[in-house]
Write a protein that binds this ligand. Structure first.
Ligand code: GUN
Length: 291
């Protein structure tokens, strides 16, 4: 039986409706309108698309959006000065510095400069450090990993004891999603470019989270029947039959894996919309924490 399609677009839409209702309630109660500042540095085309989707989503749910753009030539001091201005601005509840930064800028120093109460991306070392420790709770959880967990926990309400395999160990997705899976009491294996017998390891997974950025890397014969697959990859592959000359595919060969899996996220329409929904939730949370 082909896999159930996990509809991230629909789930994200439901979350956006909930956030919009909560924002409305805040305003009716005489509280401030939540605000998100986005900082886009340089001219990375994908980052421009992501940031403008985030700004549009904010406006749709009643969150104020403050867009800031700096040229790729911006200095470390200029970026940190902007962050510190935003830290001090009471209209701004959340600060999102879009990654990756242009070469020459020190990402760690920039992320460190964001006030942890406004760290709606959850990338501040204090928030990530708390995520990695027992008995500690971060103020915010990174958006894409939180979106993966939301979809997973809808499919499998208890992840306790299951074998979860994470492909990729990036700061933005792989590592934090692995930490979240551990917190949910899954048994977690993190795979990366040096992993031996990758198909053999992936075949052990009850849950697979793929976040490596390699188009259709995971094949149908790599997975165990009944696996639940969360595909974080958004890769462009050439396709002359499409008006734009390309199509988007995940890190998982969808057609093959969907024959074997119990449930799978599509690309597009899976994890992507959930990232933005979680950002809206985090921004609302930041506003609520600031009251
Ligand atoms: N680049 C890719 N994903 C993200 C994200 O979730 N937040 C930020 N700030 N940059 C990203």
């Amino acid at each position: 039986m082909p896999a159930k399609i996990i509809d991230g677009k629909l789930t994200a839409e439901q979350i956006r409706i909930e956030v919009a209702a909560e924002v409305d309630k805040r305003i009716k109660a005489g509280k401030s309108r939540p605000g998100l500042a986005t900082v886009l540095i340089g001219d990375n085309a994908a980052s421009q698309v992501y940031v403008s989707s985030k700004q549009k989503a904010c406006i749709e749910v009643g969150i104020e959006s403050f867009g800031h753009e700096l040229p790729a030539s911006a200095t470390q001091e200029e970026v940190e000065k902007l962050v510190s201005t935003l830290n001090a601005d009471p209209r701004v509840n959340g600060i999102l510095v879009q990654l990756p930064l242009p070469a020459g800028l020190d990402e760690q120093r920039v992320l460190n400069a964001i006030s942890i109460e406004k760290d709606v991306d959850g990338f501040h070392p204090l928030n990530i450090g708390r995520l990695a420790q027992k008995g500690r709770d971060p103020l915010f959880v990174p958006c894409t990993p939180a979106g993966c967990m939301y979809l997973l926990e809808k499919e499998i309400p208890s992840l306790e004891g299951i074998n979860a395999v994470v492909l990729g160990r990036s700061n933005i997705v792989g590592m934090p999603v692995a930490l979240l899976l551990v917190r949910a009491n899954a048994t977690v294996t993190i795979c990366h470019s040096r992993t031996r017998d990758l198909p053999g390891v992936v075949r052990q997974a009850d849950v697979l989270v793929a976040a490596v950025g390699k188009p259709e890397m995971v094949r149908g014969d790599w997975v165990k029947p009944g696996v639940v697959v969360i595909d974080v990859g958004i890769n462009r592959v050439e396709d002359a039959t499409r008006p734009r000359g390309y199509r988007l595919v995940g890190d998982v060969a969808y057609d093959e894996v969907a024959q074997v899996a119990k449930a799978i996220t599509p690309v597009p329409g899976g994890v992507g919309p959930m990232t933005i929904a979680m950002l809206l939730r985090n921004t609302l949370r930041a506003a609520n924490l600031s009251d």
